[in-house]
Write a protein that binds this ligand. Structure first.
Ligand code: SAM
Ligand code: DTB
Ligand code: SF4
Length: 359
């Protein structure tokens, strides 16, 4: 990154080093690029907190209105009993947790929940299923669900595990706007967390999603005991995908009793804010979601995440199986911050290349 020699000739005494300020980088940061190096991402993390957060906010303002937030509502449409062994997940059949295994919800039940989500102010309805991958007959049912939710005027998102190219095509044809499939962590740490499916398999599903023309929602989890180098490695993979995901959820691990990661040393919340900021800078036009973990965060920590460039949250008192802040608390926080919810974009065919809220 180049350093510009500023000529501060305004009569103000500046502290030593001020000429190396953030402004120098502003013209450069904010460009979309897919050639990030590990060293570059690492050096963003190593900036002073003030410098990093200000740079992230400047990048954010190049593409987004900083006082608007996108709000999604999650519903677990098929809970528990999952054959995968993701060490963070209460829905894995490998671990004994309080989550019991259910069948896929009926279409009517899902639609009622979507209606309630709309009434609570969500612009996108995200449906999650605890599958390694869906069966073709599941897709038959879900095609109808997607069409009905779209008729409510909401954006749709699903996360169903790995998809075949044909399954991705069918979901896209039904009008599914986003597919969520996370890489979760760095290639180096991945095997510590999941052994039943590889990172490469995840990348292959992301390719199918892109090829089918859906928007990609892809991010990961921090606070799993990974190192900063792993957080760098995770962002590096995301930021060097052939196209940046339109939506990047950054989850703070929600520790659930019975899962192997229960009891992991908590990550410093300022390191979490740094992760949001670095993600913001590395993928300037993507919507960064402050995803799981908000219930355990103070209002002040969340406000810092928004200042660092997060502009999307899940609303409603439940994520998939764990708790999320009450809607009244979120409304109160957003009011105090002067942040407004973003309405859903006008109904259109799949494939706008401009994420909602983007300038
Ligand atoms: N089974 C599908 C899959 O894994 O692709 C979809 C559902 S899965 C629950 C979606 C994502 O939720 C995971 O990839 C992970 O990033 C996140 N997640 C799951 N459990 C979590 C937890 N305890 N804390 C934070 N994030 C979690
Ligand atoms: C994502 O990255 N986070 C959401 C969504 N995508 C599907 C899920 C968070 C799940 C948190 C644990 C639970 O509630 O079961
Ligand atoms: Fe299954 Fe998804 Fe949970 Fe992994 S994260 S155990 S794939 S539901």
């Amino acid at each position: 990154m180049s350093e510009v020699d500023h000529n501060w000739d305004d009569g103000v005494t500046r502290q030593q080093g001020a000429e190396k300020s953030v402004i120098a980088e502003e013209a450069y940061e904010g460009c979309v690029r897919q050639d990030w190096t590990h060293e570059e991402i690492k050096s963003l993390y190593e900036l002073s907190f003030n410098e990093l957060i200000l740079r992230a906010q400047l990048v954010h303002r190049q593409h987004f209105n900083p006082d608007q937030i996108q709000m999604s509502r999650l519903l677990s449409i098929k809970t528990g009993g999952c054959p995968e062994d993701c060490a963070y997940c209460p829905q894995s059949a490998h671990y004994k947790t309080d989550v019991s295994a259910d069948k896929l919800l009926a279409a009517d039940t899902i639609l009622d929940e979507a209606q309630r989500a709309k009434e609570s102010g969500a612009s996108r309805f995200c449906m999650g299923a605890a599958w390694r991958s869906p069966k073709d007959r599941d897709i038959d049912e879900l095609v109808e669900v997607i069409e009905s939710v779209k008729r409510l005027g909401m954006e749709t998102c699903m996360t169903l595990g790995m998809l075949s190219p044909e399954q991705a095509e069918r979901l896209a044809k039904a009008g599914l706007d986003y597919y969520n499939h996370n890489i979760d962590t760095s290639p180096e740490f991945y095997r510590e967390v999941i052994t039943t499916r590889s990172l490469q398999e995840r990348l292959t599903t992301l390719e199918c999603v892109r090829a089918a023309g859906m928007k990609v929602c892809c991010g990961g989890i921090v606070g799993m005991g990974e190192s900063r180098a792993d957080r760098v490695g995770m962002i590096l993979i995301l930021a060097n995908l052939p196209e940046h995901p339109e939506s990047v959820p950054i989850n703070m691990l929600v520790q659930v009793a019975g899962t192997p990661l229960y009891g992991t040393k908590k990550l410093d919340v300022l390191e979490f804010v740094r992760t949001i900021a670095v993600t913001r800078i590395a993928m300037p036009r993507s919507v960064v979601r402050l995803s799981a973990g908000r219930e355990q965060m103070s209002d002040e920590a969340q406000a810092l995440c928004f200042f660092a460039g997060a502009s999307s949250i899940f609303i409603g008192d439940k994520l998939l199986t764990t708790n999320n802040p009450a809607l009244t608390d979120d409304t109160d926080l957003l009011n105090r911050l002067g942040i407004e919810p973003l309405p859903p974009p006008p109904l259109s065919a799949n494939g706008s290349d401009h994420p909602p809220g983007a300038r």
